[in-house]
Design a protein around this ligand. Sequence first.
Ligand code: ADP
Length: 397
Amino acid sequence: MNILVINCGSSSLKYQLIDSDSEKVLAKGLAERIGIEGSVLTHTPAGKDKVVKEAPMPDHKEAVRLVIEALIDKEHGVISSLSEIGAVGHRVVHGGEKFDRAVLIDESVIGDIEELSALAPLHNPANLIGIRACADNMPGVRQAAVFDTAFHQTMPKKAYMYGLPYEYYEKYKVRRYGFHGTSHDYVSKRAAEILGKKREDLKIIVCHLGNGASISAVKNGQCVDTSMGLTPLEGLIMGTRSGDLDPAILSFICDKEGLTPDEMNTVLNKKSGVLGLSGGLSSDFRDLCDAADKGNELAQMTLDTYCYRVAKYIGAYAMAMQGVDVIAFTAGIGENSYGVRTRVCSYLGYLGAIIREEDLKTRGEEIIVTEPGSKVTVMIVPTDEELSIARQTLALL
Ligand code: ADP
């Protein structure tokens, strides 16, 4: 069966059509600038050149229509008709406490996702628009919601509660939820598979280091802690997000700079992280590593600070799980950046990791980078959230 995987943002829509039998990607693409002038669809059929089509997309319904048109196009298409799409799997950011697994979408699920928009006002409404746009274009095709938070729902209360008045949890459900769950689940499973072991027998730390970054502790197959919180702002330093900081800094800076809470929020989400820390140099680790290699001290300090935070979380999670068997790096930076991995790994000797420096240079491939006798196995495991969404969708059918 072919499964269309959709990741819908407020003005963009990413898709992959996956054949669930072979698990091959038949086509993938991106619709950008939806609802804005200059909308463009980039469609890449497997084994063929990508096609870039500029076409008005006043709304997501039209974007989905164009995606389907591209998928069944005589020249660039990969299927002959809409009937060859068996189901649609949607990435939905916030499932709150309600969803601890993927579900088939019906009216009541739509209502729940809508209600959870209070916790993810930038994401859930956009995800819902994608769900409705698909329902309009593909009536009768079953759709699944795969939540970014679901995998983390196994965390114990001591890991998800904040030191705040309890009434905020009762009234507003203020607690740690965690994100990137699909990736943490996929990578921890895959790491165990590569090692020929059961995930249920391992203590795994997954470092998902992309533009957004989070780290999780997966003990005997279940998430027991993760670094992102009520929102994706907490935890590691990210491309443009601050990660952990002293909460008192917020009112201090608001006061000094005359910022409103909303403006401060924008600073924390868009102007902080490695971009802010490097004095505006870049949020891209390729630029930062290049600059650091050329002796730029701000870039070096930024990388050192970023990697120290990752190492501190690894230490904390090793303690939380009372041990660690596997540390896996994934996502854009985790899969590709030697500069980041080598700095993080420089802290791991204490855990008994014996790193093979040459292997640390590998990019984008599954590889074990520690010696066979190493007490903890460090690996690179490229993530595949779309495949995981397709698998979960298929399982629900
Ligand atoms: P997201 O999905 O959160 O947008 P990704 O997982 O795609 O992010 O990661 C994007 C980041 O990966 C970029 O900001 C870039 O810094 C980093 N990256 C990609 N390729 C490389 C590379 N070859 N070396 C270092 N960093 C890289």
